[in-house]
Design a protein around this ligand. Structure first.
Ligand code: UDP
Ligand code: MN
Length: 266
């Protein structure tokens, strides 16, 4: 049991294919020396028992949550070409986790370069970093959240009615927190793009990066370790993801060294 009023990092797993991501995220935070506990929200109807066992080996709390689907207006997801995000509203369950004081939510496709424990000291109820597709919006891959039932019910009502301009959590949460979000520095949620990189800025700010987030459908563990995008900043960041993976799983699972990585066995 979590002790009341605790701080946690939390991520989400809605199916088995993102397991390598969740494990790498957890190890990256631990390796960086975080003093906080780690939680993962899982939708048990679509996550295998073996996968839950692996999560329990690494996370302090494995919390079962109901899937929240966009049933009212899933069409907007096709605008993004991401029909796989049909269950993204499940993130709303974070606001219901009243056993925690603050939650730093982090997508499973993120690797931490350092543990951003200072985020728990923010006064603001909600904070997030800019999205590179539309920087006035925030990206929902890293969020500082204060659980609150009133917010939970408001967000659930929006989800039920399909109120989200992109059909996923990011559209919904940006609509809800439009005027009340505290903007975090980009270094907390660096989203590299294989198509556009601002290399001088990357070099300038490189040493202050806290977390890197692999947005889009090409996750490092789907691409395999030998995929290359020209050897630039993007490849460097993918390399950091693999470095954490290898530190914890490569020796144990030599058969998973090559593309087509599935479930690692610690
Ligand atoms: N997720 C998952 N399985 C999926 C899709 C999403 O577990 O098939 C979870 C996972 O935590 C993931 C988050 O939902 O990081 C958001 O999805 P994703 O990171 O793919 O969205 P993006 O950052 O690319 O917009
Ligand atoms: Mn993501």
């Amino acid at each position: 049991m979590a002790h009341h009023g605790e701080d946690v990092y939390a991520t989400l797993l809605t199916n088995d294919t993102y397991l390598p991501g969740a494990l790498v995220l957890a190890h990256s935070l631990r390796d960086a020396g975080t003093s906080k506990k780690l939680a993962v929200l899982v939708t048990l109807d679509s996550v295998a028992t073996e996968v839950v066992t692996q999560l329990k080996n690494v996370f302090d709390y494995v919390l079962s949550v109901p899937r929240i689907k966009n049933e009212a207006a899933p069409g907007n997801l096709n605008l993004m070409n991401r029909p796989d995000l049909h269950s993204a509203f499940t993130k709303i369950n974070l606001w219901k986790q009243l056993q925690f004081r603050k939650i730093v939510y982090i997508d499973a496709d993120v690797v931490a370069y350092r543990a951003p424990d200072e985020l728990f000291e923010l006064e603001h109820a909600f904070a997030a970093a800019p999205d590179i597709g539309w920087p006035d919006l925030f990206n929902t891959g890293v969020m500082v959240i204060t659980p609150n039932l009133g917010e939970y019910y408001a967000l659930s009502a929006m989800a039920q009615r399909g109120i989200s301009f992109d059909g996923a959590d990011q559209g919904l949460l940006n609509m809800h927190f439009k005027n009340s979000y505290h903007r975090l520095p980009f270094t907390y949620n660096v989203t590299p793009s294989a198509h556009y990189q601002y290399l001088p800025a990357y070099r300038h700010f490189q040493s202050s990066i806290s977390m890197v987030h692999f947005i889009g459908s090409d996750k490092p563990w789907f691409q395999g370790r030998s995929a290359s995008h020209g050897g630039g900043a993007y490849d460097e960041m993918v390399g950091q993801w693999w470095a954490v993976y290898d530190r914890h799983y490569r020796a144990a699972t030599p058969s998973l060294q090559e593309p087509g990585l599935s479930t690692p066995t610690p």
